[in-house]
Design a protein around this ligand. Structure first.
Ligand SMILES: CC[C@@H](C(=O)O)C(=O)SCCNC(=O)CCNC(=O)[C@H](O)C(C)(C)COP(=O)(O)OP(=O)(O)OC[C@H]1O[C@@H](n2cnc3c(N)ncnc32)[C@H](O)[C@@H]1OP(=O)(O)O
Ligand SMILES: [Co+2]
Length: 134
């Protein structure tokens, strides 16, 4: 079951500049900065009640964020839904005809297991499922 919008991922070229702007917008500092080497990204997280804003800057040219910015420019990159059982949700979505980008969950940022759904199977929106690692 999906329980809430866990975060909105925003692709940026200049993480420090984006952090300053989002801190001014939200009236709060980021609570965490984390590099995820497997995704070639540097992230910065803000809390807005139960939902987070995840700023993402590429750390390498093969990063999905670098490719996205090269094609579409900076902006909203994905919507992440919190799930209580990621394996069950992956099965449910596969059976419903969605194209999953991961065979099995992988380690994401902020202590989460994640899996992505291809934007071509979700009206042009990249969807992330994430489950807290307990
Ligand atoms: C920090 C860890 C984690 C977390 O814990 O929160 C993250 O959020 S990591 C975020 C970065 N990682 C990912 O995005 C992994 C999943 N993404 C992918 O596997 C790929 O990016 C992709 C979605 C499969 C696309 O890759 P690829 O096919 O190599 O790139 P193209 O540039 O050729 O794109 C093909 C096609 O898809 C469109 N596209 C790409 N990204 C997005 C997007 N985010 N939203 C909407 N559409 C997207 C792209 O424009 C191309 O469309 P066409 O040009 O019409 O063919
Ligand atoms: Co994300």
């Amino acid at each position: 079951m999906m329980t809430n919008v866990e975060h909105i991922g925003i692709a940026v070229s200049d993480l420090l500049g984006a952090e300053t702007l989002y801190a001014a917008l939200l009236g709060a500092a980021p609570y965490k900065r984390e590099e995820v080497e497997s995704e070639q990204v540097l992230t910065s997280f803000f809390k807005v009640n139960q939902t987070k804003i995840e700023l993402l800057q590429a750390t390498g040219p093969d990063s999905a964020i670098a490719r996205f910015i090269a094609k579409k420019g900076e902006g909203i990159h994905h919507i992440a839904f919190e799930v209580d059982d990621i394996l069950a949700e992956m099965d449910r979505l596969r059976n419903a005809g969605f194209t999953l980008l991961n065979e099995s969950p992988k380690r994401g940022a902020d202590n989460k297991l994640v899996c992505f759904v291809h934007p071509k199977s979700a009206y042009g929106v990249l969807i992330e499922l994430c489950q807290e690692i307990r």
